[in-house]
Design a protein around this ligand. Sequence first.
Ligand SMILES: Cc1cc2nc3c(=O)[nH]c(=O)nc-3n(C[C@H](O)[C@H](O)[C@H](O)COP(=O)(O)OP(=O)(O)OC[C@H]3O[C@@H](n4cnc5c(N)ncnc54)[C@H](O)[C@@H]3O)c2cc1C
Length: 312
Amino acid sequence: MNSSIASTAMTQEWLQQISLLGTFLEHEPMARHTTLAVGGAARWFFRPTDRTAAIEAMRLCPSDVRILPLGRGSNMLIQDTGYDGLVIDLSDLNSTEFNGFTVRAEAGGRMSRLARQCADHGLSGCEFMATVPGDIGGGVAMNAGCFAQQVSDSLIEIEVLLPNGDVQSIKAEALHFSYRHTDLPAGSIVLSASFTLHPDSPEQIRERMRSMRSRRSATQPLAQPNCGSVFKNPDGDHAARLIEATGLKGFSIGGARISEKHANFIVNEGDASSADILALIERAQLLVKEQTGIELEPEVRMIRDSETGGQI
Ligand SMILES: Cc1cc2nc3c(=O)[nH]c(=O)nc-3n(C[C@H](O)[C@H](O)[C@H](O)COP(=O)(O)OP(=O)(O)OC[C@H]3O[C@@H](n4cnc5c(N)ncnc54)[C@H](O)[C@@H]3O)c2cc1C
């Protein structure tokens, strides 16, 4: 970590103020907060009690402190040496408000819960969320999707918290969504998202969600810690097929293995390190590139140390 930051009186004052705004921890192991169950400690970990506390904390945060918004940690690979900055966990911001065919959801709510609530209200359009283990904010940041639906299909608007503590509303059109990509303002945190849905019978919506869940459990290694698809699918092909063709299915390094069930999943068999997973990622990229010329692009967000510039 950057010890000069921690030792200044100014930072100490800020730390005291922020600790009153929610749950505040130092040196919190990130393996507890990621579905891969790997990753070293966050220098500071903060869970604001509510939206006002999140905004106040952003205002207080010195501009040289790196901030990492955390959802469910279901698409993050945090290095073993940890994160030298402030992780902000929005899970206590999780309200939803329905109004006609629209719903506004705070960023820290689970997507699966929103899908169930929409079904209860007879609203269709976010069934896929029932099967993606992330939060609304993470879903927006990733433009999460599956079963031919994605966040951008029904998103109308989001609210973001900017690094200076201001809150800004942004229309969906301005987010320039593409496959697993959203253009968020640099350093911003999604606070809420509004979706427009269409009416349908709750039972039919629930049946579609059940069918999606069972298709998923038949094909994906959901019983072991993982981060979903490790790589984006290249145009016109599937990362899983390309990896399988290299013979890497079932291959392991340390405690991490390329899943026997789905070659685009890496599972933690219990004692994997982040380095083991990264080594598997690089091995798969190398062999696929050698055999096909295709460069597999990670879908999982690699959270690097300060020297390499943070998130990529
Ligand atoms: C079993 C399994 C199945 C999966 N299946 C799918 C699938 O079908 N489709 C799919 O798209 N993904 C899938 N994923 C990956 C993952 O669930 C999604 O990418 C999800 O949207 C990530 O949400 P999260 O809240 O966990 O985000 P995190 O992993 O916590 O964060 C991901 C990125 O979003 C940023 N972020 C998080 N919250 C915010 C916020 N409030 N504001 C700004 N940035 C934020 C983080 O900083 C990070 O860069 C799967 C994962 C698992 C484990």
